[in-house]
Write a protein that binds this ligand. Sequence first.
Ligand code: ADP
Ligand code: MG
Length: 404
Amino acid sequence: MSATEKCNILMVDDQPSKLLTYKEILGELDENLITAASAQEALAILLKTDIAVVLLDVSMPEMDGFELAEMIRDHPRFKKTAIIFVSAVNLTDLDRLKGYSLGAVDYVAVPVVPQLLRAKVRVFVEMQRQATHTEHLNEQLRQMSSRLLVLQDQERRRVARELHDGLGQDLAALQMAFDRIVGEHSIQMKDQLATEGRGIVLHAIQQVRTISYLLHPPVLDELGLASALRWYLDGVTKRSGINTSLDVQPNNFPRLTQELETALFRIVQEALTNVFRHSQASHCWVVVSHEATRVVAMIRDNGKGLMQETAELRPERIGVGLGGMKQRTIEFGGELRVSNLNPGTLVEVVVPLDGCGRDWRLLPRTLENGAPRSTGGRTLGPPTKKQQPSAVEHAPDTPVPVRQ
Ligand SMILES: Nc1ncnc2c1ncn2[C@@H]1O[C@H](COP(=O)(O)OP(=O)(O)O)[C@@H](O)[C@H]1O
Ligand SMILES: [Mg+2]
C-alpha cells in the first residue's frame, strides 16, 4: 500500500441492511469497501486480501465479534490490523477490556453516528498507511545497508589485493636486494644493488600514493569535482591506455556539497572501472555539467556495449558497480540511466540541485541569477548508429556539439 493507494476496509455484519448503511457512511472516504455477512466469510476474505481496518459487529449468530477478533489476531499477518467493534448493546468495561487486550481497537455504539464512524475509520486507515510506509522505508534501509556492506567488503578486497600484489611485491623485492647487499663483498655490486633498491622504493612510494589517492583523492576536498576528475582520468589513460576526455561545464565548475562531490566522483570512477574491465573500448568521454537546477554526468565509451537487461538495470543482471551507482544517485533524488549506444555504452546521471546538493556560498554569480545553462544537449563521442533517447533531454534551441 503506497501513500496514494486505496486501503481495504472490511465490514462484517450478519444484517445486510447494516452493511448497506456502513457502505453509505464510509463511501466518502474513497477507500475500497468490502463486505462479509459472517465470520467465516470475513476470515476467507482476510486470508486473500490485505485489510487495513475491520469493522466488526459484536453480536453475530455463529461466532461473535470478539471470538472472530481473537482468531484474526492469532494470525501473524493480522497482528496489527485495526478492528472497530460495532455494538447495539451497551458494552461493559469488562467487554471493552477484552477488546483492548486484542490490540488496536475502538468501539462504536449503535445507532451509529456517521461522522464519528467516518472519523474513527479514517484515523485507523491513516495509521495503517503510515505503518506500511514506515515498513517500506525500513525494508529499503535494510537493502541499502546490506548493499553497503557488500560494497565495503569489495573495496576492502580490492585494497587488500593492491597491497598484496603491488606494494607487497615491491617490499619483497627490496628485502631480497638488502639480503644480497649484506652478503655481497664487492663495493661496486653493493652500489648497484642499492641503486636498484632505491628504484624499488620509489616505485613503492608511487604505489602508496596511488592507493591512498584512489581511496580518497585529497584533490577532491581541496579543489573540487572537476579537478579530481581531471586527475583521475589522466591516471586512467596512463594506466590503461584508454583515451579519455573530460568536458566540464561551466569551466569554473562550482563547488558542491562534499557528499555530492564524493558521490559523483565515485559514480564516474565506477563507470570508468567498468569501461576498463568490460568494454574493450579505446575511447571514453566524460561530460559533467552544472545547470541551473541539476548536475548531469555522462560517461560514454566506444566499446562493445552491454546487454539490454543490464541497461534496464535489472537486479539479477547488475553487480555491485551499477547497483552502487544507482543507489548513490537515488540517495540524492536523482536518476541513473544506462543505454547501449551500439557501439558503446552511455551512463547518464542526473541529480537535482534542490538546495541540499548545492553549496550556495560558492555558487558563481551567473547561476544565482537563475540563467539556465543549456549543456543538457551535449552528446559525447562520435555519432552513433542508433542514438537512443537520452535521459538528459535536449534544450530545444541549443545546438548539440558533437565531440570527436
Ligand atoms: N561500459 C561497459 N561496457 C560493457 N559492459 C558493461 C559496461 N559497464 C557495465 N557492463 C556490464 O554490466 C555488468 C554489471 O556491471 P557492474 O554492476 O559494475 O558489475 P561488475 O563490474 O562487478 O560485473 C558487467 O558485468 C558488464 O557485463
Ligand atoms: Mg563494475
